[in-house]
Design a protein around this ligand. Structure first.
Ligand code: COI
Length: 329
């Protein structure tokens, strides 16, 4: 399969917001967009997006995972960025319509159809640096995908970064391009200088998340991950995994995790760590690089706890286990 997110379905659903209201959406070419060069999004980053997936089951049917939660999170991002209020019913219909259009293109497991709803401020208004856009566009792109981390199933190396921040603290829970742009210099430096796969942001020792996924630690029977606050993305995959972990008998601790506690626990033989996200699913972490010292997490290899948890999630997504939480549409 081609690199993650580089193949697109030729059509998308698109709706425009003009004169204070959303127009009807339509199915249109996903080849190009026409925007005024002075469009608000191009100057003042008035944009947010979502990432969710549709999965093919053995009987051929196609199911979208946690549609409602992604729609609600996108509404929240739009609100926090002073973008036009998203109509949940309309966005839901736009997602379902475009997935229906390409239902035969949804890959078999382990692949899936990645769904990327995107909202942009389109008003040509370069004077509006401190005022919201009056017009906007919402569109839903589809991209058939496989593994996010090139190299497939391998344990990742993270650089633990205590000085830099992924993004401004009050922006962390917004799914917006600016946050990814702000994390990128740290990630590029970590990849080039340390052959790290990602950066684990831990400003002032507070373990938050990586550039593109949440961080989970599994030590003994405890699953530890940061409690929800405004500084990091409230992952829907994270939430799903915490639910499954609790069901599997883990003590789920959503609480502060310091770098010193993390490194201390990483030295335990049966400690495991992983990154969670729509794209990453649950990707094992084998090494933490901190202040020039490489720390293995447990054995340093892919552990059984992460494998089991990922399997439990995939089993629901792929229709191999009952959807007992009602996560599939
Ligand atoms: C996702 O996991 O859906 C994301 O948006 C992360 C992105 C880097 C692919």
């Amino acid at each position: 399969m081609a690199a993650f997110g580089k193949t697109f379905m030729p059509k998308m659903t698109l709706a425009k917001y003009e004169n204070g209201q959303w127009q009807e959406f339509n199915l249109t070419s996903a080849e190009q967009l026409t925007l005024h060069p002075g469009a608000h999004v191009l100057h003042y980053a008035s944009t947010c997006f979502e990432g969710l997936k549709a999965f093919r089951h053995r009987d051929g049917s196609v199911h979208i995972f946690r549609l409602e939660n992604n729609v609600a999170r996108m509404q929240q991002s739009a609100r926090l960025l002073n973008l036009p209020e998203i109509n949940a019913e309309q966005l839901r219909a736009m997602i379902i319509r475009v997935v229906e259009e390409y239902v035969t293109e949804v890959p078999e497991p382990p692949g899936s159809m990645y769904i990327r709803p995107t909202l942009i401020g389109t008003e040509a208004a370069i004077g509006k640096a401190a005022a919201p856009t009056d017009s906007a566009m919402l569109y839903v792109l589809l991209s058939p995908v496989g593994d996010y981390f090139a190299g497939g199933e391998r344990a990742l190396r993270l650089l633990v970064e205590e000085d830099g921040m992924r993004c401004a603290a009050h922006m962390g829970m917004i799914k917006s391009g600016g946050n990814y742009a702000s994390a990128m210099p740290h990630i590029l430096a970590a990849k080039a200088g340390h052959q790290a796969d990602q950066v684990l942001f831990a400003p002032n020792g507070d373990v938050q998340e990586t550039g593109a996924a949440n961080f989970l630690l599994l030590d003994g029977d405890e699953l530890i991950t940061k409690n929800l606050d405004s500084t990091f993305l409230h992952g829907i995959t994270r939430d799903s995994l915490l639910t499954l972990a609790a069901d599997m008998g883990y003590r789920v601790s959503e609480r502060e995790l310091t770098v010193s506690e993390l490194l201390e626990r990483a030295a335990h033989e049966d400690c495991e760590a992983a990154l969670s996200g729509t794209a990453a699913v649950l990707a094992p972490v084998g090494e933490l690089l901190h202040n020039g010292t490489l720390h293995k997490v447990g054995s340093g290899n892919i552990g059984t706890k992460v494998k089991q948890l990922r399997q439990a999630l995939n089993a629901i997504q792929w229709g191999q286990a009952a959807d007992k939480y009602g996560w599939l549409t």
